[in-house]
Design a binder for this molecule. Structure first.
Ligand code: PA5
Length: 421
């Protein structure tokens, strides 16, 4: 069986939280995974209550493509958007058809501009909300329905697909009333763990990606279970939690531009899952080489409060040799690049950054992926979901709820009521 990724040796020390033993932490994670709140593992287990019907997703995507739809506008927020965005930006070639747009910030100016840039006749609107009631998403849905109906009074329904909890929520009820297909995020899978459900996999089907291969990549990591305490997900979780007092910030710094959105997905997973009861680790997104010219100074000489996480690819598609230019040949900056490719430079920069941080004693770790494909990306998503569960268990918090966002939701409702008066 292929291993899609590796956690490289990082020399970070770890210690068990007081009062815990390894088996106790594994048991806690096993209990969550079998429960009604943490079905992310059952998504990759054939025959389980959460396993996705891939043929349904593919058939629906093909039907919409056959209608001439070449753009997907995803309405959703938080986990209902970030996973799909990370997956599509990770594997779908930018500027190739179909076009994808993600409306995860509810800014009316931007949303208006976005709709004005789309042709309703060619647009499939994919509305994703696990709860089926998130006001940002519902407000976008109302605006978009009017926009579609104006252009397509008799067929606007055909331009919608919804995705929600299998039983509950207004979105599912609306789908029933208007005969709109509604895909499923299984009840035991929360938003930020939903990328390997229809939430992320229907956009993948629309892009023509191999759905089952994401799942096989994720599933391949389960072989690590036999490694017990040496399971890389557990090892990394324990290391990061052990360092939390001195180094509470986790920077996620892939070098592939196509993984920039992955960092944002990671940040939500890490922040919303672990930040509670005064605990948590603060995630921060970065991108090499861009942030070598922006953040690296801070990582190297600023406060020693960060662990830097790199994601490297072993295989890149393009080497891009650097062609000769006679008039430039004797300039120092060009001579330095003699006989190397753009990839040589890129990889030397990643190595240079890590070596410099090592010399300065800045803690860091590297996840090495074979390449960027469905198998390894599926594994990368699962790697962090599993690591987050272990980190939650080590911190003593439940990584599957988000009670802290309720207050702001209640206050928003109060202010809306005031506005109506
Ligand atoms: O991870 C979570 O549960 C949240 O970030 C949700 O994804 C987000 O609040 C959107 O919720 P919903 O999918 O119910 O619209």
């Amino acid at each position: 069986m292929r291993t899609a990724l590796r956690l490289m040796d990082n020399g970070l020390r770890s210690s068990l939280p007081a009062g815990w033993n390894h088996e106790g932490i594994f048991e806690k994670v096993r209990q969550w995974e079998a429960s009604q709140e943490a079905g992310y593992r059952r998504l990759i287990t054939k025959g389980s209550d959460c396993y996705t019907d891939f043929s349904e997703l593919r058939a629906l995507a093909q039907k919409k493509i056959a209608m001439g739809l070449n753009t997907m506008l995803l309405l959703g927020t938080g986990g209902s958007s970030l996973g799909a965005e990370a997956l599509i930006h990770g594997l779908h070639r930018p500027r190739k058809s179909p076009r994808f747009e993600f409306a995860d910030n509810n800014d009316p100016d931007w949303f208006h501009l976005l709709l004005s840039s789309l042709d309703p006749k060619q647009t499939l609107v994919y509305v994703v909300s696990k709860s089926g009631k998130t006001p940002e998403t519902i407000s976008q849905l109302l605006v978009t329905k009017a926009w579609l109906e104006k252009a397509l009074p008799n067929s606007w329904q055909e331009h919608f697909v919804f995705c929600s909890d299998p039983k509950t929520g207004d979105l599912r009820e609306l789908a029933r009333r208007c005969s709109i297909p509604c895909l499923t995020i299984p009840s035991p899978v929360g938003g930020r763990y939903s990328v390997l459900t229809a939430a992320g996999l229907f956009p993948a089907a629309f892009a023509g990606l191999q759905l089952e291969t994401f799942i096989s990549g994720a599933h391949s990591l389960l072989a690590w279970e036999e490694e017990k305490e040496a399971n890389p997900c557990y090892r990394l979780a324990l290391q990061l939690v052990s360092l939390r007092q001195s180094h509470p910030i986790t920077v996620m710094m892939p070098y592939s531009s196509q993984l920039a959105s992955f960092s944002r997905w990671f940040c939500q997973l890490w922040a919303e899952s672990l930040g509670k009861q005064g605990m948590g680790l603060t995630p921060y997104p970065a991108l090499g080489t861009t942030d070598q010219h922006s953040q690296l100074q801070l990582y190297a000489e600023g406060p020693r409060d960060k662990v830097i996480g790199f994601i490297d690819l072993k295989k890149w598609d393009q080497d891009l040799p650097l062609p000769n230019w006679n008039e430039a040949a004797n300039l120092a900056s060009v001579r330095e690049l003699g006989d190397v490719s753009m990839l040589d430079l890129f990889q030397a920069e990643a190595r240079g950054t890590k070596a410099a941080l090592a010399q300065l004693g800045v803690p860091h770790f590297t996840i090495e992926m074979d390449c960027l494909d469905e198998f390894s990306l599926g594994a990368l998503f699962y790697f962090w979901e599993w690591t987050t569960s272990f980190a939650g268990a080590c911190l003593g918090v439940n990584p599957f709820d988000q009670p802290g966002v309720e207050r702001s939701k209640e206050l928003t409702k109060t202010f809306l009521r005031e506005r109506r008066k």
